[in-house]
Design a protein around this ligand. Structure first.
Ligand SMILES: NC(=O)c1ccc[n+]([C@@H]2O[C@H](COP(=O)([O-])OP(=O)(O)OC[C@H]3O[C@@H](n4cnc5c(N)ncnc54)[C@H](O)[C@@H]3O)[C@@H](O)[C@H]2O)c1
Length: 304
């Protein structure tokens, strides 16, 4: 199979590229390196340094005629979306439309889209299934939700098959200490530097942290399954920032200091996604619980 991974030089995309290549697939990457790095990229992947909003990016897809496009390139920073909503919309909405037009023209068999729990907003339910109301509270969540709408319409109008994967907060090796869900990378970076961990609010906010390798496995499962479906890709368990710090304390083995400051605009208090549908229809479930995942990520961060 030939695949194009947009955002393949980024955190999640680069792990997906490794897995695709190890499974014997031909992989092309479309990435403008705004937050990705060539050092992340597997040497067997062909890299096209283009912006997903450009005609050049479109032409790459039309020329290469991939079987599957994994669309991960995005403006993925919630805070930046609040400060620069037009830029966020350009990349996440216009960029996605550009990729969809190219996929349609190239008769791509499927587009697999990286969406986010941010489309739900501040969820009151303990465990959010895919069909609850989507009321984003950041422009990032809104732009990703709009992109999902375009993907659905490209299927209705042009029969371009899709799977939408809404990730929880992804963490793991190679994540940079910034951006959406970057709290674990930020904490590990500060622990390494011997600095205090900053907690926004009271530390009781919870997230559904999912290890990057489990996210990659969900993308792989979506190649042949889950057509025209939306799936939560999550552990279905809540971890508060306070619990996260306790785990890191136990793994690190030395005292960790913390400081509390007021919470940020656009921040969601609780987020936990029900992954039952992905278990049933994708035949997928996460391997890593939070403690194992943190151990794995800690070992990477503290490697010699
Ligand atoms: N990390 C998370 O916790 C998380 C959670 C939910 C969803 N997601 C989604 O997963 C995807 C990957 O996220 P990530 O954490 O790996 O982020 P990342 O910033 O590491 O990766 C994004 C990649 O896209 C590239 N990119 C950005 N804008 C581009 C553009 N205009 N043209 C071409 N390339 C561009 C960047 O250079 C980078 O390589 C994103 O779509 C993000 O919204 C991430």
């Amino acid at each position: 199979m030939k695949a194009i991974v947009t955002g393949g030089a980024g955190f999640i995309g680069s792990h997906l590229v490794v897995e695709l290549i190890e499974k014997g697939h031909e992989v092309h990457i479309l990435d403008n390196l705004v937050s990705g790095h060539l050092k992340n990229v597997h040497p067997s992947a062909v890299v096209h340094i283009e912006d997903i909003q450009s005609n050049e990016a479109k032409q790459v897809i039309i020329k290469e005629q991939p079987d599957v496009v994994f669309h991960l390139a995005a403006q993925a920073d919630v805070g930046k979306s609040i400060l620069e909503p037009r830029m966020d919309a350009s990349v996440n909405i216009n960029g996605t439309i550009n990729i969809l037009e190219a996929c349609h023209e190239a008769s791509v068999k499927k587009i697999i889209f990286a969406s986010t729990s941010a489309v739900y907003g501040d969820v009151k339910a303990k465990l959010a299934p895919e069909n609850i109301a989507t009321v984003p509270i950041s422009y990032y969540g809104l732009s990703k939700l709009s992109a999902e709408g375009y993907i659905r319409l490209f299927y209705q109008l042009y029969a371009l098959p899709f799977t939408i994967l809404r990730y929880g907060n992804v963490y793991g090796p190679r994540q940079l200490p910034k951006g959406e869900g970057g709290v674990i990378a930020i904490f590990l970076d500060r622990i390494k530097k011997g600095q205090a961990l900053t907690i926004f609010g009271d530390g009781q906010q919870t997230r559904d942290f999912i290890h990057v390798k489990d996210v990659v496995r969900a993308n792989m499962a979506a190649i042949d399954r889950g057509d025209q479906e939306i799936f939560n890709v999550s552990t279905s368990s809540r971890t508060s920032l306070t619990q996260l710090i306790d785990h890191l304390q136990s793994i690190h083995g030395y005292p960790i200091t913390t400081v509390n400051i007021s919470s940020k605009h656009g921040d969601i208090k609780h987020s936990c996604l029900d992954h039952k549908k992905a278990v049933q229809l994708l035949g997928w479930k996460p391997y890593f619980d939070i403690y194992q995942g943190l151990q794995d990520t800690y070992s990477y961060s503290f490697r010699p």
